[in-house]
Design a binder for this molecule. Structure first.
Ligand SMILES: [Zn+2]
Ligand SMILES: [Zn+2]
Length: 388
């Protein structure tokens, strides 16, 4: 996704995220008074990669300056003193590809939607506990809603940015009870993020491991006037919604049986990640992760933006109109059918509330785990009929 289309997507995302923070598009303005935070849940490290270290004032620090660091078992230096430029092709590439934990990273991408699902469940439990309530009682008092965006870091691993908001039992029309404020929300997020893990399937030569979020869990309150304003957050989410497509260095389509891996126009790092997806995907024990099918996404098969259901009609309609427009335009200019939704790198999915069904990525995983048929890949279209 690029150019005009990326801009349209960015603008949509901005307005949709902003409406959830300040009102508009059917959301009452009073939503701005509800506790809301901006959260970043990162992936753990799977090995050192070249990085640009920006400092305030335009200063750039060396990449991995380690004195007397020596070399890895493959004879490669464990240090890099380059001050990488913003477009340096080495950014995000491992210092040593042979030391890099490709297996771990691919499995993290594959299981990130499940880790997010577990995080949201743990979050609700922590909030209930803070209020001295059971989960069932919480539902009668508080609705937890979110908008999240998956972002690929240059190293090819996904992480999530999310707005998480507390509403009254009916959603954004009513405020949550007084006890459910910023502090309770932020505290519960921190606890939940640190508590959740997901075990990977075990296969011959690939022992099961427990995956968790990285150490950096960033939680910042969103206010209309403070350090982090609703407008800034909406802009930030929109920026990453678009960035997700651009900087991964991978393919924008599925890998085909006729593809030669070494001829794909991708970075060496992406090639290794794709190869790892294909290798793991060939193992029966890993079948549920469908890594072969999602190798071009480096194992991640979730959607890139999911938001609360309350807005889905408006957003779905917006998006449907855009897709139809693009389809016609694409056919006109190329004479070919465009990629289908499921192949698109970036999809605005739908808004929904926690606890009221699965996000598309979660639904896909559930379908994969249970063998039930896959849900429609355009959930906003599927939801329009059911949303009041
Ligand atoms: Zn470097
Ligand atoms: Zn090495």
């Amino acid at each position: 996704m690029s150019g005009e289309r990326g801009e349209a997507h960015r603008a949509d995302t901005y307005h949709l995220v902003r409406a959830g923070l300040t009102g508009g598009k059917g959301v009452p303005d009073t939503v701005a008074t509800h506790p809301a935070v901006f959260v970043t849940l990162t992936a753990p490290s799977f090995g050192a990669v070249h990085a640009r270290r920006d400092k305030p004032g335009g200063h750039v620090e060396p990449c991995h300056p380690r004195r007397n660091a020596g070399t890895c078992p493959h004879g490669r230096p464990l240090s890099c003193t380059v001050r990488h430029g913003a477009d340096d092709g080495r950014l995000g590439q491992p210092l040593c590809p042979d030391c890099y934990d490709y297996t771990g990273q691919v499995l993290f991408n594959a299981l990130a939607p499940e880790l997010w699902r577990r995080f949201t469940m743990a979050l609700r439990r922590r909030i209930a506990k803070a209020g001295g309530l059971t989960l069932g009682e919480l539902r009668d008092q508080v609705t937890v809603s979110f908008a999240k965006v998956a972002e690929y870091q240059r190293r090819g691993v996904v992480h999530f940015h999310a707005v998480i908001r507390l509403d009254g039992p009916g959603g954004p029309a009513a405020p949550p009870p007084g006890w459910a404020g910023h502090d309770v929300l932020a505290g519960a997020i921190g606890q939940a993020a640190r508590a959740v893990t997901v075990d990977t399937p075990a296969a011959p030569g690939v022992p099961s491991r427990s995956l968790a979020w990285g150490d950096q869990v960033d939680i910042r309150p969103i206010t209309t006037t403070g350090e982090l304003t609703d407008q800034a957050v909406a802009g930030y989410i929109a920026k990453y919604a678009t960035k997700a497509a651009g900087c991964v260095g991978t393919l924008d389509r599925r890998i085909r049986a006729t593809d030669h891996l070494d001829q794909l126009p991708v970075t060496a790092h992406a090639r290794r990640l794709i190869a790892e997806c294909l290798a793991l995907g060939a193992l029966d024990e890993m079948a549920e992760l469908r890594l072969t099918e999602w190798a071009h996404m480096l194992g991640f098969r979730g959607h890139f933006s999911t938001k609360s259901r309350r807005y889905s009609t408006t957003l779905g309609a917006l998006r449907a109109a855009r897709i139809e427009h693009n389809r016609r335009e694409h056919q006109t200019t190329t004479g070919r059918l465009p990629l289908t939704d499921e192949d698109q790198v970036l999809v605005i999915a739908h808004w929904r509330y926690l606890g009221q069904g699965l996000t598309p990525g979660e639904a896909l995983l559930t379908a994969a785990l249970t063998g039930r048929p896959m849900p429609p890949l355009d959930p906003s279209a599927a939801q329009q009929g059911s949303t009041a």
